[in-house]
Design a protein around this ligand. Structure first.
Ligand SMILES: Nc1ncnc2c1ncn2[C@@H]1O[C@H](COP(=O)(O)OP(=O)(O)OP(=O)(O)O)[C@@H](O)[C@H]1O
Ligand SMILES: [Mg+2]
Length: 266
């Protein structure tokens, strides 16, 4: 009995300490679309500051899982805690404004406003804080936002292009603007769904390096999906492989070898 009490306290202490340092804690989540099972009993823990690559064949459920993590999709079973915000099964897709404010998103296609300048687009990263800025240019935005947006464009080496219209930029440059927009609020978590998929190999490599450098510099947790195993190996600390909605493999990136790759994509 004398031993039991301290051990129990130790266990609780370490459990609580561990959960405080988790950016993402996914416990047994499952999801269906109609009759189709998409995700099955997913358990994932991602520490703050960790860089994680989510890989897997088309239709494995990667994008669906990312949406569940930020409350953009309902799931049927299990529980998720993202940056300490608890998301429960069957909870209606909520606005979760506070959570989304702490998360930066980058997608395969950049979803910027082409007719507006790079700077205006980055200022749009603050959208929602004061009504809709969709139609506005950065000239109407508060000075502090513009300063932060300029700093963010500097981080992606585009300060000289701040007044350039986005539809006059290359795909790689536009994707860098999207990264600047995602980073402008200093998010604690950066989620990127195939950020390099629409780019040529050199530009794709640049984008992945940028993500990795920025997340390390700002200690931002990074979770990205990719079909490029080399990107996953080079730019993450850990790989999580999904196959048919289940975790197929997880471990340090440098241990993901060609045999695993062949089995995953067979
Ligand atoms: N809104 C939806 N309604 C019904 N089924 C959907 C919906 N969104 C995705 N699915 C299905 O869920 C499965 C997983 O899709 P998801 O987009 O998560 O896969 P993915 O791993 O991101 O694939 P990819 O590598 O092609 O991006 C697919 O079979 C897809 O058809
Ligand atoms: Mg996808």
């Amino acid at each position: 009995m004398a031993d039991f009490v301290p051990n129990e306290i130790d266990a609780r202490f370490f459990r609580e300490r561990a959960s405080k340092h988790l950016a993402i804690n996914v416990s047994g989540i499952s999801k269906r679309y109609g009759a189709k099972q998409i995700l099955t009993d997913i358990n994932i823990q991602i520490s703050e500051g960790e860089r994680v690559a989510l890989i897997g064949p088309n239709g494995a459920g990667k994008s669906t899982l990312l949406k569940c993590l930020v409350g953009q999709e309902i799931f049927d079973h299990g529980e998720i805690a993202t940056l300490g915000t608890s998301l429960r099964a069957k909870q209606p897709v909520a606005l979760l404004k506070n959570l989304r404010r702490s998360v930066g998103f980058v997608f395969q296609t950049h979803s910027l406003v082409g007719r507006l300048s790079a700077l205006s687009n980055v200022v749009h990263g603050f959208m929602g804080e004061r009504g809709s800025w969709r139609a506005s240019t950065h000239h109407l935005a508060p000075y502090s936002w513009r300063l932060k947006a300029l700093r963010s464009l500097g981080d992606v080496q585009l300060q000289d292009f701040c007044e350039q219209r986005v539809d006059e930029l290359s795909g790689g440059q536009a994707q860098r603007v999207a990264i600047a927009r995602a980073m402008v609020r200093d998010p604690r978590l950066l989620i990127a769904d195939e950020p390099s998929a629409s780019l040529d190999p050199a530009a794709g490599e640049d984008i992945m390096k940028l993500f990795s450098d920025l997340s390390q510099k700002n200690q931002t947790t990074l979770l990205f999906t990719t079909h490029d195993i080399q990107h996953a190996r080079s730019y993450s600390d850990r790989i999580i492989a999904l196959q048919q909605g289940k975790v197929f493999w997880t471990g340090p990136s440098n241990l993901f070898d060609p045999d695993l790759s062949a089995a995953l994509f067979r």
